[in-house]
Design a protein around this ligand. Structure first.
Ligand SMILES: C[S@@+](CC[C@H](N)C(=O)[O-])C[C@H]1O[C@@H](n2cnc3c(N)ncnc32)[C@H](O)[C@@H]1O
Length: 279
């Protein structure tokens, strides 16, 4: 059963962190002329109307992208991400926000390609509509991990896999670990960026422990929090675990995170970048 709709959360603080890391990785991949693939396992709809009923209901974007979109204090290193959002909006007014597939697509060059999978009966048609006729994009209404398995290794042997499940069901943490194990067996040098929410810290620890147990040899953890960990329900922070991160990603994130935190969560927030394995 698919009850999660990303439209309620589009542009929130977790999206800002996830999409900033996604953008940095893609921009670093672009430093070489050779083509790469951007594979988005849980794509969502692609584009979100922040004035629509879903986003307006929660207003989460107001404490996320709205705080940096026009801020003169936004780190200049975030300009590829912010320019992509500007491209979708008129005259600096923030109304539309790109999901990870659209952001990825905006950043690709002619020689690169994208693979998207999404199962939701409402979101998949929106994704199709967004990219219909785009020869650089392949879309599948298939399970995230079956599609990933079928697509690896990519012919380019370079690229990013973004893994962004809703984590509504407990087994989704284990699913991520199984998928990483299978994917690394097929494509050991790929970059895998796994998003995680901090609702219960034990679940994040479970992923990290599982990845270490599977012998992942190079991984970086990047986290941005808006409140301290709490036993009450609700997301207090989110992060990305990046397997095989491109060179300098750690430095770049270390540079911008303090400034990002001061815009998004100046009082009770936290941030860190740390190597879980390697370096
Ligand atoms: C967090 S949202 C994705 C947001 C998107 N990556 C972004 O950043 O804009 C998770 C999505 O995964 C989809 N989903 C859940 N289980 C799935 C599965 N097994 N295979 C493919 N998609 C799935 C949901 O319908 C939802 O749209």
């Amino acid at each position: 059963m698919l009850s999660y709709r990303h439209s309620f959360h589009a542009g929130n603080h977790a999206d800002v962190l996830k999409h900033t890391v996604q953008t940095f990785i893609i921009e670093l991949l672009k430093k070489k002329e050779t083509p790469f693939v951007y594979h988005d396992t849980h794509s969502g709809a692609g584009r979100y109307d922040l004035f629509g009923e879903y986003a307006e209901k929660t207003g989460e974007y107001k404490d996320g992208i709205a705080r940096i979109f026009q801020s003169i204090d936004a780190p200049k290193e975030m300009s590829p991400y912010l320019s992509a959002i500007h491209k979708m909006n008129h005259e600096g007014e923030l109304r539309y926000y790109p999901g990870s597939p659209l952001l990825g697509r905006i950043l690709l060059r002619e020689q690169d390609r994208a693979v998207f999978s999404e199962l939701h009966p409402t979101d998949f048609p929106l994704l199709l509509q967004e990219f219909r006729g785009d020869r650089q994009v392949k879309m599948y209404k298939e399970d995230a991990y079956s599609r990933l398995k079928a697509s690896l290794p990519p012919k380019e042997r370079r690229g990013l896999v973004l893994i962004d499940p809703p984590y509504e069901l407990k087994h989704e943490y284990q699913d991520v670990l199984n998928a990483i194990e299978e994917s690394l067996a097929r494509w050991a040098t790929g970059i895998y960026a796994i998003w995680y929410p901090v609702v219960f810290r034990e679940n994040v620890d479970l992923i990290i422990k599982g990845l270490k147990k599977r012998g992942v040899s190079k991984m970086l953890q990047i986290e941005l929090g808006v409140a301290p960990d709490s036993p009450a329900r609700g997301m207090t922070a989110s992060g990305m675990i990046v397997i095989n991160p491109p060179w300098t990603l750690d430095e770049k994130m270390n540079e911008i995170l303090p400034r990002l935190q001061s815009l998004i969560a100046p009082e009770k927030g936290h941030h860190f970048v740390r190597w879980l394995a390697g370096e």
